[in-house]
Design a protein around this ligand. Structure first.
Ligand code: PEP
Ligand code: MG
Length: 573
């Protein structure tokens, strides 16, 4: 059987399917025949859960570091909370109900209580108790808990959607690819897959229905095909494609230690997009020349509450120590990126609402904590740059720059050491900002064009909505003309321009962006080496000619043909 979707990250994988369905386990009210047996079942379920959490904790420590593993220490404490235990046992004895029902009732009360608390930190605890509740109930009711941190063989994860916190617990040695039912190419699932260098198909309607657990799957993300239970011939072909893929990876390794230059020596640094310090391994392996977009909101998504200034400093330092330059973006919360512990009023159009800089300008303490942490974490670093997301107007930029000034002043007053010479830039991802590039450029050191949102707002096409995905064309000449406008205006003010939207990692688009005169490209690490190899084989003057030819066209189809002919001439054979 074959399923189609949308390629989010190219590549091939063969593995056993695991369906990640987030259904909540609930226990029915049932009487308990033998109180002794029910109490025993309760103790055993706690014991099994304890062992499981300990194993995950150990793995998280090995793979992700002790800070990420801390959360499991907190889970263990909650699991063994004597008060909860006493109340559950009393309920089994007094009400003569099953352990599952008693445990559910008591923990539900705690969940509710925490959910209603004012303090964000305590509200975050509700999610932890729920997590533990589900684990214990699964044991009591004989349901399987799918633990993606304890996989035994090559696995393809099939899910409705994956959040960054879902992927945080994955055993990345064993996960070979992702299939999700929702999401488009620029959804965050897609971005994560590319960050990890794993093949992924998103928008695969009906995948959860069609694929069973443990079924073998050939995930052919390069041709947008999912083959369930492949026959012998297909499997042979699949395995040979996986081997080819390995060979290409080997060939490209030669480029990992080089700087990116065109054949005639023009440097175009290729940076990596990251969401956390956990993604640094692929960034370093693929020889990124820096980080062009550090999405800090991802860093805080799997935390129970917003980390304070000191903890943020530690998280930033882990990245700043390893790479330079690092362009770190202030929080871009809103749209499809919610922080569970930050309460936001419901909006009819979140992508057009109180998002990113609009939100942080109103949440002074949230913003100040981050700005102070960034300035302090950068104190001994060569090149850390701060970037504000979703700036639409000069007024917003002025307000953001004032906020940064306030952060500096407060650090001065308190006598903290910090980076006094930090470069500041903005994302260009709203058409109004693109059109007003000249005046904005006067006030900042750099721009980074976020095409994921720029396309969304330029074409009025929701980046998450499958049915308008056809409007997402990296080679759209209207988009490219707007980018050229931004580049020319910025350069007139000696402001540098990068592109950090997903198109930067698309080889065809990367060639055009280089031709247009973009100064740097920032992408998923997995795309870097292929683009570095290609640029090394072409003269910058040929790239300019290519982009001129494409910009003179109006149809994306003709644009594609021009680029394909160019690639045949310069890169193939
Ligand atoms: C963009 O909009 O292109 C971008 C890089 O930001 P994000 O995908 O995080 O919105
Ligand atoms: Mg954006």
């Amino acid at each position: 059987m074959m399923i189609k979707g949308k390629t989010a990250s190219e590549g091939y994988a063969v593995g056993k399917a695991i369906r990640l369905e987030k259904e909540t386990i609930r226990a029915e009210k049932q009487g308990c025949d033998s109180i002794e047996a029910c109490l025993k079942a309760f103790r055993e379920a706690l014991e099994k859960s304890r062992e499981e959490i300990k194993t995950i904790q150990k793995q998280a420590e090995d793979r992700l570091g002790s800070e990420q593993a801390e959360i499991f220490g907190a889970h263990l404490e909650m699991l063994d909370d004597p008060e909860i235990r006493k109340q559950v046992e009393a309920m089994i004895e007094n009400d003569q109900v099953t352990a599952a029902y008693a445990y559910q009732t008591i923990t539900d009360q705690y969940i509710q209580m925490f959910e209603q608390m004012e303090d964000e930190y305590f509200r975050g605890r509700a999610a932890d108790i729920k997590d533990i509740q589900q684990r214990v109930l699964a044991h009591l009711l004989g349901k399987e808990v799918k633990d993606l941190s304890l996989l035994e063989e090559d696995t393809i994860v099939v899910a409705k959607d994956l959040t960054p916190s879902d992927t945080a617990g994955l055993d990345l040695d064993k996960v070979k690819g992702f299939i999700t039912e929702s999401g488009g190419r620029t959804s965050h699932t897609a971005i994560i897959a590319r960050a990890l260098g794993l093949p992924a198909i998103v928008g695969a309607n009906g995948a959860l229905e069609a694929i069973e657990d443990n079924q073998r799957v050939f995930l052919n993300a390069s041709d947008n095909e999912i083959v369930v239970d492949p026959g012998k011939k297909t499997l042979e072909r699949a395995r040979s494609l996986v081997r080819e893929q390995e060979k290409e990876r080997e060939r490209l390794k030669a480029y990992a230690d080089r700087k990116t230059k065109t054949m005639n020596g023009k440097g175009i640094p290729l940076y990596a997009n990251i969401g956390s310090d956990k993604e640094l391994d692929p960034v370093l392996e693929n020889g990124a020349e820096g980080v062009g977009l550090f999405r800090t909101e991802f860093l805080f998504m799997d935390q129970p509450a917003m980390p304070d200034e000191e903890r943020q400093i530690q998280a930033y330092e882990r990245v700043f120590e390893k790479l330079s330059p690092v362009i770190v973006r202030t929080l871009d919360i809103g749209g499809d990126k919610d922080l569970p512990y930050l309460e936001q009023p419901k909006e009819a159009n979140p992508f057009l609402g109180r998002r990113a800089i609009r939100l942080t300008l109103e949440e002074e303490s949230l913003f100040q904590t981050q700005l102070r942490a960034l300035l302090r974490a950068a104190r001994n670093q060569r090149d850390v740059r701060i970037m504000f997301p979703m700036v639409a107007t000069e007024k917003e930029l002025d307000a953001a720059l004032e906020a940064l000034e306030r952060a500096r002043r407060s650090l001065d007053e308190e006598g903290y050491e910090y980076q006094t010479n930090i470069k500041v830039g903005i994302m260009i991802e709203i058409p109004a900002a693109a059109l007003n590039a000249r005046r904005l450029a006067e006030k900042v050191h750099f721009f980074s064009i976020g095409t994921n949102d720029l396309i969304q707002y330029l074409f009025a096409a929701d980046r998450m909505n499958e049915s308008v995905a056809y409007l997402y064309q990296p080679l759209d000449t209207t988009l490219l003309r707007l980018i050229k406008h931004v580049v020319d205006e910025a350069h007139a003010e000696q402001t540098e321009v990068g592109v950090c939207g997903e198109i930067a990692g698309d080889l065809d688009a990367a060639l055009l962006l280089a031709g247009i005169g973009v100064d740097e490209l920032s992408m998923s690490p997995a795309s870097i080496l292929r683009i570095r190899e290609a640029l090394a084989r072409i003269d910058s003057t040929d790239l300019e000619r290519l982009s001129d030819a494409v910009l003179a066209e109006h149809s994306p189809q003709t644009a594609k043909e021009i680029v394909q002919a160019f690639r045949r001439k310069h890169l193939e054979g």
